[in-house]
Design a protein around this ligand. Structure first.
Ligand SMILES: Nc1ncnc2c1ncn2[C@@H]1O[C@H](COP(=O)(O)OP(=O)(O)O)[C@@H](O)[C@H]1O
Ligand SMILES: [Mg+2]
Length: 259
């Protein structure tokens, strides 16, 4: 089995007057080509988990392997290479630079990695055809819709073919039509191009596009469900676990039907 991500007894304690155990002994792995969603009430440790995997923050104990490398054992220089080559990020608020065109934004990771202009052009054409954004490459963020910006952000996140794509609430700022559009893109990248994806989301519709959803509560793994053929059935299962979990889920989510 080809493991892309492995968390071994990972804990995170935020020290303070009253220490907070944000993650408590998490064991979890992801196979190459899987598409995993993380859900859980506010304060359950989702962001902490993503930050530790993305090396923004470090674990208090335990080990993490991405593509069989432990980023916390790397030198400073190798760690920045590791981040640039092994990981791709998609954020809720897009994080594109508004003074650059979408095309220039997409090329940023390759510029940082010293690709030649010719290689960059080739990659940009390839990826923009695949993501159906050729017509908007010359535009800036204020000239396109949120869904189109997020497509460009996804292009930027995968143009260097990372081992693991990480997404934090990628549909959090999108309307339902753009959510569907962006999630179909994630789904297609996963199915057709085997892009291994880990996504945190509050939205059960967004989560229903994953193959596997993990629920965390109070810093511990609470439950895990796998998708069969039907996304609608999976959506219903997700809703059932969320109702059981309790927490701060927006009631709107519990009454929307997936389309
Ligand atoms: N930098 C920090 N310092 C102290 N406590 C933190 C910090 N970040 C998060 N926490 C605490 O850790 C727990 C998990 O937080 P977080 O990972 O942000 O949860 P989620 O993303 O699921 O809402 C919460 O109790 C939160 O208050
Ligand atoms: Mg969070």
């Amino acid at each position: 089995m080809n493991e892309i991500l492995n968390l071994n007894n990972v804990s995170k304690i935020y020290e303070g007057k009253v220490p907070t155990i944000a993650l408590n002994n998490i064991n979890f792995f992801m196979e190459k080509g899987s598409f995993v969603g993380i859900m859980g009430p506010s304060g359950s440790g989702k962001t902490t988990l993503l930050n530790i995997i993305s090396t923004i923050d470090y674990p208090s104990s335990g080990e993490i392997f991405v593509n069989n490398k432990n980023p916390y054992k790397l030198s400073y220089k190798n760690l920045s290479l590791f981040r640039r080559r092994e990981l791709g990020f998609v954020f809720q608020d897009f994080n594109l630079i508004s003074t650059l065109t979408l095309g220039e934004n997409i090329l940023l990771p390759l510029i940082l990695d010293g690709y030649s202009i010719k290689e960059m052009e080739k990659k940009l054409i390839e990826i923009s055809q695949k993501l159906n954004i050729e017509d908007i490459l010359h535009k800036k963020t204020f000239e396109v819709s949120g869904g189109q910006i997020q497509r460009a952000a996804i292009a930027r996140a995968i143009i260097h073919s990372p081992s693991l794509l990480l997404a934090d609430e990628p549909t959090g700022n999108l309307d339902s039509k753009s959510t569907k559009d962006v999630m179909e893109l994630f789904e297609s990248l996963n199915k057709k191009d085997n892009v291994t994806t880990l996504m945190v989301t509050h939205n059960p519709i967004t989560a229903s596009y994953c193959n596997r959803v993990i629920f965390i509560k109070d810093g511990e793994l609470f439950n895990e469900i796998h998708r069969g053929e039907s996304r609608h059935k999976f959506y219903q299962q997700i809703i059932d676990v969320l109702s059981f979990l309790g927490g701060d889920y927006n009631n709107d989510f519990l009454s929307i039907r997936p389309n």
